[in-house]
Design a binder for this molecule. Structure first.
Ligand code: PMP
Length: 528
């Protein structure tokens, strides 16, 4: 069929409209390195310097020549792409390579098993599902233990044992009366009823304010941004969001939310009703450097508070390295830089080298439930195409004793130095420069009381970052974007091949942006 002039836009037309309002509805026709190309009215390509970096998927740049050449060779060799339910030695090699890297960075040789998926959010769904699978095993073991205690207590009461008066006993007694049942058997019926109800509660997940873990049904409930999360609240288990500036809040929230079941113990001729904690917490999820939340680096102190609190209640920690991992912060895992150790790791984005869609959830051996492999799958997961590319990406990252990580550190330092100098010159415009390696954020001061009605308007609508991005694209041919949930913060996530000249171009564009904001030149900023 031939294309129709003025054809109806059916692929997310509303989003297209929003992008167009900010001047961001460009169509890119080619990409290489840190550059995307537009087609000008005269048919010529117009280069655009890309600092959005695929929102973190392009550590190695657009169409990295080594990865594209390798990808072509895979296609030429007719490597089977979809051969589900067969052996996948390449996926196994990816898992082994990831384990070798984790062992080095975590200084620990406990293996992590790998479950492959297709996107970041999907890797989080896998972690959530697996954590629930494992938790339900712990719940079943607990229920069995209580059942055995009930039998011992029943036998002891038959032999003449008496109930000790305790607070837990009084609460169970109240439940018995509410159920209108009589005697010790009535008490046991109340215990069974109460416990069944409590154990059937949905798990509660813990994560941080500002977190972003994806937009699928479960993962979006772990994503702090209310406009993404609340419309879908009824679909999945809920999270408590821990304030990210108060490490002591981790323990306080766990204390507030802990949940108990009734249990019985027998000592001599005394039966005692107790209440004991059961694993209500599904997992604690965190990004070592929050990306969409505004590029916020989690401190070592916070990581330790989470680690200690979770160890005390046997709650698994899911370290979401989907954006911060793959070397972006100068180490393969950003969490390794703050001494955080996870029971789970999720990786995606740059694992696919900018070409394949691939993600992986790593689960530490003591937590791993192999039956999970029989109940979770996807048509596309663990395919040879994406596994081969992921392996190639890991090979590039690990080559020359980690040259890519060194580059991320060195280029990151250079970029931060430039941004800090900008902030020093425009302290009235730039509020903060944050991040690690090549995961950097540049926060503007709030402009919602700007004297320019245009700047005030876009700021109040949460559109300042997008308007700045539109300006940078229009005036400087530079692609910038705010983070997903903190709209005054620009994300800077270029590839490790960022050149000094590219940094200088960014500097010039940002200086222009800062000048416009200092002058409150709404007309120039909005192009209106
Ligand atoms: N977790 C984090 C930390 C992310 O940054 C993202 C994506 N921005 C996701 C999960 C979701 O990944 P995807 O967009 O591939 O579903």
């Amino acid at each position: 069929m031939s294309p129709v002039a003025n054809e109806l836009e059916l692929a997310e037309p509303h989003l297209g409209g929003v992008l167009s309002a900010a001047g961001l509805d460009a169509e890119y026709v080619r990409a290489a390195g840190n550059t995307l190309y537009l087609r000008g009215a005269d048919g010529q390509e117009i280069p655009v310097l890309d600092f959005a970096g695929g929102f973190g998927s392009l550590m190695l740049g657009h169409n990295n020549p080594e990865i594209t050449a390798y990808t072509k060779s895979l296609l030429d060799a007719q490597v089977p792409v979809h051969s589900q339910f067969s052996r996948h030695p390449c996926a196994n090699r990816v898992a082994q390579q990831l384990n070798a890297i984790l062992q080095r960075e975590l200084d620990d040789d406990e293996p992590y098993f790998a479950i492959f998926a297709n996107s970041g959010a999907e890797a989080i769904e896998v972690a959530v599902k697996h954590a629930e699978f494992e938790r339900s095993g712990r719940l079943a073991a607990l229920a069995e233990e209580v059942a055995a205690h009930v039998e011992s207590a029943r036998a002891a009461v038959r032999e003449g044992a008496a109930l000790a008066p305790t607070e837990a006993g009084a609460r169970l007694e109240a439940a018995r009366r509410a159920g209108d049942a009589e005697g010790f058997e009535g008490l046991l019926a109340a215990l069974a009823r109460e416990n069944a109800e409590r154990l059937a509660r949905s798990p509660l997940f813990l994560t941080l304010e500002g977190s972003f873990h994806g937009k699928l049904a479960s993962s979006v409930q772990l994503t702090h941004n209310e406009s993404f999360r609340l419309p879908f609240k009824a679909l999945a288990a809920q999270a408590r969001f821990v304030p990210r500036d108060r490490p002591e809040a981790v323990k306080e929230i766990i204390e507030e939310e802990r949940a108990t079941v009734f249990d019985l113990s027998v000592e001599g001729d005394t039966v005692t009703v107790t209440e004991r904690d059961f694993p209500i917490f599904g997992a604690f999820l965190l990004e070592p450097v929050q990306g969409e939340g505004g590029v916020r680096v989690i401190t070592e102190e916070f990581a330790r508070a989470i680690q200690d609190a979770c160890a005390a209640i046997d709650c698994p920690i899911v370290v979401d390295e989907i954006q911060s991992g793959m070397g972006r912060t100068g180490a393969f895992l950003a969490s390794s830089l703050i001494g955080l150790r996870g029971d789970y790791y999720t990786l995606a984005k740059s694992l696919g080298g900018g070409l394949a869609k691939v993600s992986v959830t790593l689960v530490r051996r003591p937590r791993y439930r192999q039956d999970f492999e029989l109940v979770h799958s996807s048509t596309f997961a663990k395919d040879s195409f994406s596994s081969h590319i992921a392996l190639k990406v890991l090979e590039i990252m690990e080559a020359e004793d980690g040259r890519i990580y060194r580059m991320a550190r060195e280029r990151g330092t250079k970029l931060v130095t430039t941004l800090e100098a900008l902030r020093a010159d425009f302290p009235d415009v730039i509020k903060d420069v944050r991040g690690k390696g090549l995961m950097l954020g540049l926060e503007f001061h709030d402009q919602s009381t700007s004297e320019s009605p245009a700047i005030q308007g876009v700021s109040q609508a949460g559109f300042l970052g997008y308007t700045v991005a539109g300006f940078a694209l229009r005036e400087h041919r530079i692609r910038l974007f705010p983070t997903g949930s903190a709209f005054n913060t620009l994300r800077l996530q270029p590839s490790v091949y960022l050149s000094d000249e590219e940094i200088a171009r960014l500097d010039a564009a940002l200086r222009d942006v800062c000048g416009v904001l200092r002058e409150q030149d709404g007309e120039r900023l909005t192009g209106g």
